[in-house]
Structures are given as C-alpha cells and as structure tokens.
Design a protein around this ligand. Structure first.
Ligand SMILES: [Ca+2]
Ligand SMILES: [Ca+2]
Length: 894
C-alpha cells in the first residue's frame, strides 16, 4: 500500500494431540505445504476425471455450501453427482504414469461436501491409492459445509513408488434417498511431513558451543532417536541416508519418553544456529516431532537493556537534522539489500561468515552509519526495514526470489537454495553485528522489520502465486534468519513482521497474491510455534481506509470486531486485543506492536486541507498514545513525494520546481503539531482539530485520554548566542593546532579537516596557525536534504560529562564562504546536550569574517554534566552549494 520509492537518505500446528471436539466433528488439521501438488484446481481440473455416479467436474470460484470459497487460492475442484441414493459413492479419479511419492509419503487434501438436513449429518470420504492391481484404501469421516483436512500416511505402503491412480469418493452414511449432490476438493498432494506427530521439541537452545534439544515422544517401547541437520530450504526425506548429529536411546514411562540430544554448534567455521533440525525414530525413519529451529541463544554478544523512549512519536526520516528539531523518539529507515553487496573488495567493507568473505558497499554502509548514528546518538530508537528491490546488481541473481514476477515493487527474499540463504545470513549478521554494538560505533538499531506489507505480497513481497501456507513457510525462513542473527548479537533486539491495514479483506482479488492480514498472522504464528517458538513482533501500517481521505473518524470499513475488514487508528484496539489471546503469547508476554508506516494526505496546500491532515495526525497520535500495547507511531513521510501516486503525506511540501521529487520546500500545518504533540504544548497545538473532527473533548473519541500525561518530552531550553568582540576560552579548549580535537562531521557535513588558510576572507585562522574547516558540499544528495538550508554540523562528545559550572560561557569563532546562490541569511546554531536535556541557541552570522560568539549557560540547570556539543551551519537557500565554513578556538570561559 505504501508507495516506497527508495530515498537516498532513508535512506501449528501440527496438532500434537487431538483437541476435544463435539461429537460428530473431526479434527481440522492444518493445510500442509505440498511438495508434490496433484490438484490445486487453479488452472482447470488438473487431470481429474468423472468416476462412478458423477455427471460433472469443474474448477469453481465459489460454492453454494459453506464456506463457499476455495480452501486455497482462487479455485477448487467441484463435482456434481447423478441422482442416486445419498449412500452411494460418487467418485472422481486421476491417472498417473507411475507417480513416485517415496520421499513425500504423506497425502494431504482439503475436502468439503453439501450437507443434507439435521437428520443426515454423517458423511464419509474414501481415498483409494492404486499401483496397478495393488490398492490402499483410507475411509474417513468428514463434516458437511466446511473444509476437512484429510491426511493419509503412505510411508508403510511399499507400492508408493509407482502410483497409477488415485480415486476420491464421497457419500452420506445415512441418507438412502436419491440426492443430486455437490462436493469440493482443493490443495491435494503429497508432503514430506505428516499432519500429526507423536512427539514434540520443547526447547532447542544454542550455547556458544552446543545446540541442545529437549522434548517428548509418545512410544510404548524403547526407541533410538537420531538428530539430523537440514538447511532451511531442505525437506526431510524418509528414504534418504543421513549423517546423524546425535543419537539417544530412550525408554518410555507411561507411554511417553523424554529425550535430550545435543550437537556441537559449529562445524568447522560454519555456525549451525540457522539450521533446521529433525529428530527421527531409527526403527521407522519417521519424524518424532515437527522440524525445529533454535528457539533461544544463551550467550548473545550483548545484553544491554532495550533502549527506553521518551514518547511514541516517530518519523520515517528523510532529513536527519530536521528530525532532531522535531524531537522524535523513533525512526524507521529503509535498508535496500540490493544496494548493500559488492562483488569484490574494491570499495568494500569485508565481512566473514561461515569462513566465506562477503563484500558490503562502503558508500552505502557509510550513509547508513551516518543516518543511524546521528539518530541513535540523539536517543532515537531506530527501526530498520529490510527490503529487496529489483534493481540492477549482481546480488539480485542470488537474493531475489526465483518466483518474483516483476510486478512487485519489493521482492521476496530467496530462501529456496543455498545461495539465497547464505547471502541473506551474511547481510543479517553484518547488520546485526554492526548496529547492536555496545559502543554504538556505527550507531544503534534495535528493531528489524522483515520485508514490507507481506500480506499484500504481489506488491510488497513478491513471491509469485503461492498458497498462504507455502508463502508463510518461505517468509518464515527469511524471518527466522533475521531473528537468529539479531539474537546472536543482542539479547533484546526485536524482529517484526510487516502488515498493512487489510485485516479481513484484501486489496486485490487474487487469493494467491493477496492474503487477509488476520489469516496471514494466524498462519505465521502457527508455523513459528510449530517449528520452535521465537519472540516475533508486529510492524503494522494502519492507514486510513482511503489513502486520499485523512478523515479516519468517518471511516466505515473499520469496526470494533475481529472480523473488521480493516484496522486503522479508529479501531486499533482490535489488533491489541487480538494478540492478547493465549495462542499469541510468548512466554506469557504479549507481542510488541510498532506502527512503522502510515501517513495522512493533504489534498491541497490550502490551510483547510493542511489542517485536516494535521487533525488526522493528532487524532491518531492520541489513539495510539492511550492504547496499551503500542510502542511507537512512526509517521510516513517527512516530505511530500512527487512519485507517491498523488499523495501528499509529508510534514513538508515538496519543491515542484526541483527535479528531485522529494526536495523539501515549506513546512505544512502538521509540522508544528507533530513537533509539539509530545510536549506540554500538546493540547494547545491540537485544539484546532476538535472542530474539524466534530468533538468538544478528545475523550469522546480517545478512550483513556488524559491531558495531564501528554508531556512525554521536554523540548530544548532556549539559549542565547551573543555576538562579542573577543573570546578567551580557558576550559576544554579546541584550538585545532595539532588535531581536530575530537570534533567530527555530523548531519550533512561531508568532511572536516584542519587548515592553515582558506579561500574566504580573512583566509587565516582566528587563533594560532590552524582552524577546523568543514566541507559542506553534497552534490548527489543535497536537494533531498534541503540544499543549503540543511544543517551542516560538527559534534564533539565526552564519555565522561564535563562540568562547566565555573566556566559557563561557551565561546567560539566561526567563519564561512559567502556568495551562496539565493542566500540572504547565514545561520549558526549551538546545541548542547546533557543526556536527554538540550539547550539550543541560534543566531545570524556574517560570511567572510570571523564571527565571535558567547553563550552563557550559567542559568542552565544541566551545566554540570555536558556530554555533547553540536555546532550547525546553514543558510536560507535551498541551492546545493559547494561551500566551506571554519571554526576555531572553541571552549568555555568564566
Ligand atoms: Ca485452489
Ligand atoms: Ca587555532
């Protein structure tokens, strides 16, 4: 749903025991992912033919009987019987020229039948497998008017290597009168995996040296269990020969044996923590439990607490300097996997995984470093959106899903083979290791979002046509690798599935390309619990029902019911309530929810339209703030984008005269609302919205609204930069005579250096023989930054805060080139930090001369503990300018 043009700046269940069911009902085992498909009925009747008592077979989009729709995809098989007694079998069949299911011995299918009346509710399904003259027959009870998941285990049938025909037949067991009936079937085929298992893995835990598995196995006799390692894309093959990772003989007590198997974590340089493991009974070669992945890692590299946030306010950041002015607590940045990799070492950051060296683009990674570090150093919680675009690049051949159709803006990750898996692992480990470091050398990211709006996969995680189960199984492979990489390095990192606002509806009609959010989340949860539960979380996108109409309060397709077609801010409690169900908890804890992308359209630049956008933001912010369970509300987007389908979602308008389609022009009405909504001015800046929404009190539309707790953030204190005739700093002085004295380039400064002279007057340092010069020319990215309006900063930090109580006057000299095209004003800004407390002062300055400033901090309560200082330079021109500025003799004076 989002229009995501990459910005340069952003940058199960396998039922283990039969549930209790009312009499006459059958367990509804879950649909299997079929390795051999013999009937999906999407393109026709797939070679199935009329058998006895049948007068028609088609592939139908809908049925008269419930549930009225295919089990999977867009079509199902439907047969029409002759007018014969209900107790007569009506059958269809399919011929094969020696179908070999030796490696996939479990037959699965979904079956449905017309009901008759309350007196005749007993129905049977009979499946006959033939291998020439040999047959195997399975007759099972089914319920009418619902999909019945039926499975047959052929692993003990020695003719399964040459099946010549399969018959499927239906009947009523009680209705002897003539009956013209209809029966449906879908998703018919064979899998390597059964519907139910005799045991389960309770824990798969990785230490630094071992991976250990504990669980139970229902058996009446002693059994020898064997542990097998598979890659995520591999299926267990009951007929293959494996090397065992571990073996254990177990003896049951009261019909249940407990097992405890362990294998070394590393095979040479290769870390097996990402692998899929199966445990089999040596005697039968059958699986004891569903395949499992590692569920926990006991020795992550870092264990520091998850960072606290001042407020839920967040932004998909385009301009990192403006983000600081807006006082955000959360940011989401796109990471384009297609841009990360290089083929060789030139211009690359090498990274070794499993003994192989991978090469990541210095240019791309350094831009990520700058954006992430600038934000996280400012106490912003950073979320990374991990996506793959189909752009030129050799990595595409490896990481782009082989079934990607080209229709999607974002492609699915290839987890179907060794190449895709190892490159995805390398990227995830590189990202996790780099951005979760305790020293924050490259900045800190703690949230990792896998893909984008995966329920609308045609557009946002294009994997081609897939049943829901197949899609989820493949997505989960990618998801687990991310989660495993994150947890390898940081115990408290969080990994998220990305969903749009469609909950019980879809944006498109193709059921193999678009899934309902609720159905997808249910299947995602089921699959992950089946294969080893892990603490996944949700990144939700609760856009208005009509992206072009910000008046959410009028939306009608959002209801206070789990069956709601959509979820957005008007009914966000549906989502937080839904995941409180016991089935969704992880170790008793609720999954976290972040709102990582949503925005509100301003139809025009008129004040009324801008205020409607701002009112939608205020309404939504308060809804999210006062609903328990929402960690962040990250607005999309920072600046209107000219290629976003006509949507104007920004805090800023765009400069339509600039060829860069997201060059910022003017702040919109929402800008100030956004800036102050988490401060003591919150209620004042949103007062205008009440009449637009038609309320007199926020509490009438926001349950739990409490104006007394809106001030989550204290904005920077206002300081004063005084122009003075002379400066004489004596403490913490930076002279730049022998080094850059700990100062670094920040925000949109390109580089810094110490110089003895420079092109602009007066051409010489203010004091001594050297000054610090800042190169502010960013020809490639400058338009999106705001040209010369962007802050070009320098920063210095102290690991041990400095106390300037006795020297409270911050002083420095600054000079710049003049002649910035279009500029009539030049500015200098100082931001001084004490943890989360900031004092800020801004002044006009004059180019081509040393400007001397003094900032008196004596009345600032935090002067005893300063840990960072930033000096920013900008002009009032949007032109990208090849300029420089200089600073000298920075320090504190009494
Ligand atoms: Ca189908
Ligand atoms: Ca100097």
């Amino acid at each position: 749903m989002k229009f995501c043009y990459r910005l340069l700046l952003l940058s199960l269940m396998i039922v283990l025991c039969a549930p209790l069911l009312p009499p006459g009902s059958v367990p509804s085992a879950h649909g299997a992912v079929l390795q051999t498909n013999i009937g999906d009925f999407e393109g026709g009747t797939d070679g199935w033919q009329w058998g006895s008592n049948v007068q028609g077979l088609g592939h139908a989009e809908s049925s008269l009987n419930a549930p009225g729709k295919p089990y999977a995809g867009n079509r199902m098989g439907e047969l029409l019987s002759n007018n014969v007694p209900g107790t007569a079998w009506r059958s269809i069949y399919k011929n094969f020229t020696g179908l070999n299911v030796t490696s996939v011995p479990y037959f699965h299918g979904a079956f449905n039948t017309f009901g008759i009346n309350p007196s005749h509710t007993q129905f049977e399904l009979r499946i006959t497998f033939s291998s020439n003259t040999q047959t195997l027959v399975s007759t099972q009870t089914i319920n009418a008017d619902q999909w019945n998941q039926i499975s047959v285990d052929l692993s003990g049938w020695s003719y399964r290597n040459q099946i010549t025909r399969i018959d499927v037949a239906y009947r009523s067991t009680t209705y002897g009168s003539n009956w013209i009936s209809k029966h449906q079937l879908d998703n018919i085929g064979f899998s390597a995996y059964p519907a139910v298992y005799p045991g389960q893995v309770d824990l798969a835990s990785a230490s630094t040296s071992n991976i250990a598995f504990q669980g139970t196995y229902a058996t009446t006799t002693s059994a020898t269990l064997q542990l097998i390692e598979l890659q995520p894309y591999e299926q267990y093959n009951i007929s293959a020969t494996y090397t065992f990772q571990a073996t254990q003989t177990v003896n049951p007590t009261s019909g249940t044996a407990t097992f405890s198997l362990s294998t070394p974590r590393y095979a040479g340089a290769r870390d097996k923590v990402y692998s899929k493991f199966v445990i089999i009974d040596q005697a039968t070669k059958k699986l004891v439990a569903p395949p499992t992945y590692v569920m926990e890692q006991t020795n992550p590299v870092h264990t520091y607490p998850f960072p606290a946030s001042s407020s839920i306010k967040g932004l998909q950041v385009q301009m990192v300097d403006d983000a600081q002015k807006l006082g955000i607590s959360h940011a989401a940045l796109n990471v384009s996997l297609n841009e990360m990799f290089l083929d060789g070492p030139t211009g690359a950051i090498p990274f070794v995984l499993d003994g192989t060296t991978y090469y990541f683009s210095q240019d791309y990674i350094h831009t990520m470093d700058r954006d992430i570090k600038t934000l996280s150093d400012d106490d912003v919680t950073v979320s990374l959106i991990l996506i793959m675009y189909n752009r030129p690049g050799t990595i595409n051949a490896k990481l782009l899903h082989p079934d990607y159709t080209g229709q999607g803006i974002v492609a699915a990750i290839n987890t179907t083979n060794a190449e895709g898996i190892r490159y995805w692992k390398a990227a995830m480990e590189f990202i996790a290791s780099r951005y979760t470091r305790a020293d924050e050398a490259y900045g800190r990211a703690v949230n990792f979002i896998v893909g984008n709006e995966v329920n609308s996969q045609r557009d946002w995680y294009d994997m081609g046509s897939k049943t829901l189960e197949d899609f989820v199984e493949q997505y989960v492979r990618a998801f687990r690798i991310t989660e495993t990489a994150v947890k390898k390095y940081y115990a408290n990192g969080r990994t998220y599935i990305s969903l749009d606002h469609f909950w019980n509806a879809t944006i498109g009609t193709d059921a193999l390309r678009y899934y309902k959010g609720q159905a997808l989340l249910d299947e995602f949860n089921r699959r992950i619990k089946s294969e080893g539960n892990i603490p996944w979380h949700i990144a939700y996108h609760p856009y208005p029902e009509n992206l072009f109409n910000p008046a959410i309060w009028h939306d009608t397709s959002v209801t206070n019911s789990p069956t709601t077609p959509r979820i957005n801010f008007k009914n966000l409690q549906v989502l937080t309530n839904y995941i409180q169900s016991p089935d969704y908890l992880y170790n008793g804890m609720r999954r976290r929810i972040i709102l990582s992308e949503q925005g509100f359209h301003s139809p025009s630049t008129s004040l009324a339209d801008q205020q409607k956008q701002a009112a939608a933001y205020a309404y939504s912010y308060y809804k999210a703030k006062f609903l328990d369970g929402i960690d962040s509300f990250i607005l999309h987007r920072h600046v209107d984008h000219g290629q976003e389908g006509g949507l104007n979602l920004g805090l800023w308008t765009r400069d339509t005269a600039n060829p860069v389609p997201y060059a910022p022009k003017d702040q919109k009405y929402i800008y100030n609302v956004f800036k102050k909504i988490d401060t003591s001015e919150s209620a004042a800046v949103t007062e205008f919205a009440k009449s637009i929404i038609g309320i007199s009190d926020w509490a009438s539309v926001v349950p739990g609204y409490n104006a007394a707790i809106l001030a989550d953030r204290t904005p920077p204190a206002a300081g004063t930069l005084t122009s003075v005739a002379a400066i004489a700093p004596t403490a913490n002085v930076s002279t730049f005579e022998s080094s850059t004295d700990g100062w670094v380039a920040s925000e949109y400064s390109r580089s810094i250096d110490t110089v003895t002279s420079f092109a602009n007057a007066p051409q010489t340092p203010y004091a001594g023989s050297k000054a610090l010069q800042v190169n502010i020319y960013n020809p490639d990215t400058g338009a999106g930054e705001g040209g010369s309006r962007a802050e070009k900063g320098i920063a210095r930090t102290w690991a041990t805060p400095i106390d300037v109580t006795s020297t409270p006057k911050f002083q420095f000299a600054i000079n710049s080139y003049g002649g910035c095209p279009g500029a009539t004003e030049y500015y200098v800004t100082v931001r001084m930090y004490s943890g989360g407390n900031i004092i800020e002062a801004k002044s006009l300055m004059t180019p081509d001369k040393w400007n001397l400033y003094s900032m008196d901090l004596s009345s600032w309560a935090n002067k005893g503990s300063i840990d960072k200082i930033k000096i920013w330079f900008s002009t009032n021109s949007a032109t990208v300018w090849d300029g420089r500025y200089q600073v000298d003799q920075i320090g504190f004076s009494s």
